[in-house]
Design a protein around this ligand. Structure first.
Ligand SMILES: C[S@@+](CC[C@H](N)C(=O)[O-])C[C@H]1O[C@@H](n2cnc3c(N)ncnc32)[C@H](O)[C@@H]1O
Length: 464
């Protein structure tokens, strides 16, 4: 078949288009490119289509308290818990990348103890407030909110561009709302929980009040109209939702109220757990995925988790790497002597470097090292949490693959291979949905559920 390709000029703006149109991956798919890896691992990829993204949580009790586009669906977590009901009587669950606490919330609703680690302080705060405030009296919460003084003004964080992000009158109302919230006493545990829920509600209305949208990256929304009093109206609605959910929890989930759930502000690459877990259910950052810090800079600033732009960068550089970390961080990584690697990663690094050279330009020339650092970071997390997994325990990862400079990176299969090297067996690899490559839109990627089990001695890795 003949393709009618557009005429390509030689100027700089067309180089990117040219690279896309003439990419050897144009119109390709992960199904073809992952064949050799599947064969080497000796696994099959089973189709198990399901809604896996957070959007389906927006109407769900507790989950709806904070919209978090990078989270996964409560229904998915529930399906995992149901699947292994018979294998573990009362499982203890870990999510090393807790995000806004979907796994922890759903575990608690089932009466299961759970622990999470999360390195973004805003998300750790949100997740903690979501699982540790279920005994707050809803009438008291509403009463405290309704009596917030409306004449105390707290200026917007001065390092954010608030005058662009919000209309003048909306910003004024937000500043009075925040001033009122700050004046709520928080001395007793009861008062702290109430104030935390009000702060959680405040953080969750900020983007709706702004001139921005998250799709999933934060960007300006031309023509968005926000009413002057939106902060007060949206806040009241959010508090009403929370109160409604608290009443339901206290009526229908009495036994769950005292179940332990904790979200630790810690680096999953380093944190040594005191508990042993039956199930680890998690979704790590995707390699060329989202920036979990810059995307939340507004909420982090208003809630006081960052006081200047530098704070955000510091947090970002400690997370599992994404493709817009500082060049300095990657340079330091390349100079580190002890790094995880395996033959697949080394081959991919070489191909990526060759393709970047051939293309003449790419987003970042240090992409091979970013890919390497991603797997080194993930190896550290997997190694440390696998030690805390009980015998017969399962480690379930939801992850997406990537296409980088025309090189297919089967993140799911590489993590499965690392799992094997750490002594786990690959129980199953399931495709949950198709995705598109951000670079070459008609290249098909996937999102996968990888289930690893601690039940045998794994293969030895000679790569480190
Ligand atoms: C895909 S999100 C997880 C979303 C979660 N499943 C939910 O439903 O809310 C990945 C999370 O990992 C966190 N993270 C990245 N690197 C981390 C690290 N080294 N230690 C702890 N958390 C980390 C990010 O801040 C982000 O919130």
């Amino acid at each position: 078949m003949q393709l009618n390709l557009p005429v390509i000029n030689d100027d700089a703006t067309d180089i990117r288009r040219k690279n896309v149109l003439f990419s050897p991956k144009f119109g390709g798919s992960c199904d073809i490119d992952s064949k050799p890896y599947i064969q080497e691992l000796g696994v099959k990829i089973i189709e198990r289509r399901q809604p896996i993204q957070f959007t389906s949580n927006f109407g769900e009790h507790v989950h709806r308290w904070a919209p978090y586009i990078q989270g996964f669906s409560a229904t998915f977590v529930q399906s995992i818990l149901d699947q292994y009901k018979k294998d573990y009587e009362s499982p203890v669950i870990l999510d090393p990348f807790a995000g806004c606490g979907t796994v922890l919330t759903q575990s608690k609703l089932n009466g299961y103890k759970s622990i999470g680690t999360e390195l973004n302080p805003l998300l750790q705060f949100i997740a903690d407030a979501k699982v540790n405030s279920w005994d707050v009296n809803p009438e008291l919460l509403m009463q405290v909110f309704s009596s917030i003084p409306r004449n105390l003004r707290k200026a917007a964080p001065n390092f954010l561009k608030s005058e662009n992000q919000f209309n003048k009158e909306v910003l004024r109302n937000l500043e009075f709302l925040k001033g009122g919230i700050d004046s709520i006493p928080a001395k007793t545990l009861k008062q702290i929980k109430i104030k935390n829920l009000i702060l959680l509600a405040f953080s969750s209305i900020l983007i709706d009040c702004s001139n921005l949208k998250r799709t999933p990256c934060l960007g300006y929304w031309k023509g968005k109209k926000v009413a002057e009093n939106a902060p007060w109206i949206l806040m009241e609605q959010k508090i009403k939702d929370i109160c409604g959910d608290l009443a339901i929890l206290q009526r229908d989930f009495k036994d769950a109220l005292c179940i332990e759930s904790s979200v630790i502000l810690a680096n999953a690459m380093e944190y040594k757990h005191e508990h042993f877990f039956d199930l680890i259910i998690t979704s790590p950052p995707y390699m060329n995925g989202l920036d979990y810090v810059m995307n939340y800079k507004i909420e982090m600033g208003w809630l006081g988790f960052t006081n200047e732009s530098r704070d955000a960068k510091k947090i970002k550089d400690s997370l599992v790497v994404c493709d817009n970390v500082s060049k300095g961080l990657i340079k330091i990584f390349t100079q580190t002597t002890s790094k995880y690697t395996n033959n697949w990663i080394e081959e991919m690094k070489t191909s990526i470097a060759e393709n970047i050279k051939r293309r003449g330009s790419y987003r970042r020339s240090d992409m091979p090292s970013i890919v390497h650092k991603y797997f080194d970071d993930m190896y550290k997390v997997m190694k440390i949490v696998t030690k805390s997994l009980k015998q017969k325990g399962r480690f379930i990862l939801v992850v997406g693959d990537s296409l980088i400079a025309d090189v297919y990176v089967p993140t799911d299969l590489i993590l499965a291979k690392i799992g094997e090297e750490l002594g786990l067996s690959i129980e199953k690899v399931e495709k949950a949905r198709n995705r598109h490559s951000g670079q070459i839109r008609n290249y098909r990627l996937r999102e996968t559920i990888v289930t690893l089990k601690k039940d045998r001695k794994g293969k030895k890795n000679n790569g480190r």
